[in-house]
Design a protein around this ligand. Structure first.
Ligand SMILES: CCCc1ccc(-c2ccc(S(=O)(=O)CCO)cc2)cc1[C@H]1C[C@H]1c1ccccn1
Length: 238
């Protein structure tokens, strides 16, 4: 991937998003808007040219899966439609590398706004995390809007959204007794999911905020439950 024209942007934005995800929610005007067990969802209310672009940051702790597994299923096009219920169509329009793809997605219409589509590169990588006392690696998937002349945004049918999303996962292992193999009961994954979606055109603020409030908690619960279910009878992917 390193010789692709997008690589400098992919590398820069992925690392920027990693730093952004690891900033706490203590400062910067984050307001908690949803809680469900270990899952806490925060948002900031922001508008750009009168359009709601509320940044979202979700923190969650999932037992029994690794960060590599969470990122693998989040990145994989093959299983996307198994957990992503707000997408009508999903196509991989470019394979930059085995860990870097370009997706085109048509999202389900949010009445009364017009239907949206998104075109974004998606990059997965493992980041050695030396400064963490537990010394566990971090896995990240970063999705960021991009353009492709073959898929112009003014295609007449959908309004093209612009988005930046990252899923940052850190694995913690409670080491079992010496010589005892690690099982899924010894594994915990700390997740930070960040997203900023610019609707790309007019959409009523009240409608969008209601959709975000409903859809994001649903999405993260569904996705994490999906990964737990997919992994439970499989060998651990560290
Ligand atoms: C007018 C904007 C519409 C709209 C377009 C797009 C997205 C969206 C795109 C990508 C991703 S992801 O995390 O990269 C997973 C891959 O699909 C999540 C969300 C969200 C919304 C808004 C509707 C909100 C929403 C929130 C959560 C889930 C789905 N939709």
């Amino acid at each position: 991937a390193s010789q692709h024209r997008l690589w400098p942007e992919i590398d820069r934005i992925s690392m920027e998003q990693l730093r952004y995800a690891r900033l706490g929610v203590g400062e910067g005007g984050w307001q908690l808007f949803a809680e469900d067990g270990e899952m806490k969802m925060y948002k900031r209310e922001e508008e750009v040219n009168g359009m709601v672009v509320d940044p979202l940051k979700a923190c969650h702790v999932v037992r029994g899966v690794t960060g590599h597994e969470m990122c693998h299923y989040f990145f994989s096009p093959d299983v996307r439609m198994d957990w992503e219920t707000t997408v009508e169509q999903m196509t991989v329009i470019e394979t930059i590398a085995d860990d870097t793809l370009v997706f085109l997605q048509v999202h389900k219409r949010i009445w009364p706004a017009s239907q949206r589509d998104s075109l974004f590169w998606s990059h997965m990588r493992q980041v050695p995390d030396h400064n963490d006392r537990d010394g566990h690696d971090i896995w990240i998937v970063c999705n960021h809007s991009t353009e492709n002349p073959g898929f112009p945004s003014n295609n007449g049918k959908c309004v093209r959204v612009s988005l930046t999303v990252c899923l940052v996962c850190q694995t913690f292992i409670d080491p079992p007794k010496e010589g005892v193999p690690i099982t899924r009961d010894d594994i915990t994954c700390k997740i930070t999911y960040c997203s900023v979606v610019n609707p790309g055109g007019w959409a009523p603020a009240s409608v969008l905020r209601a959709v975000y409030k409903r859809e994001y908690p649903k999405f993260l619960k569904r996705f994490t439950a999906y990964v737990i279910d997919q992994c439970k009878d499989k060998p651990i992917m560290f």
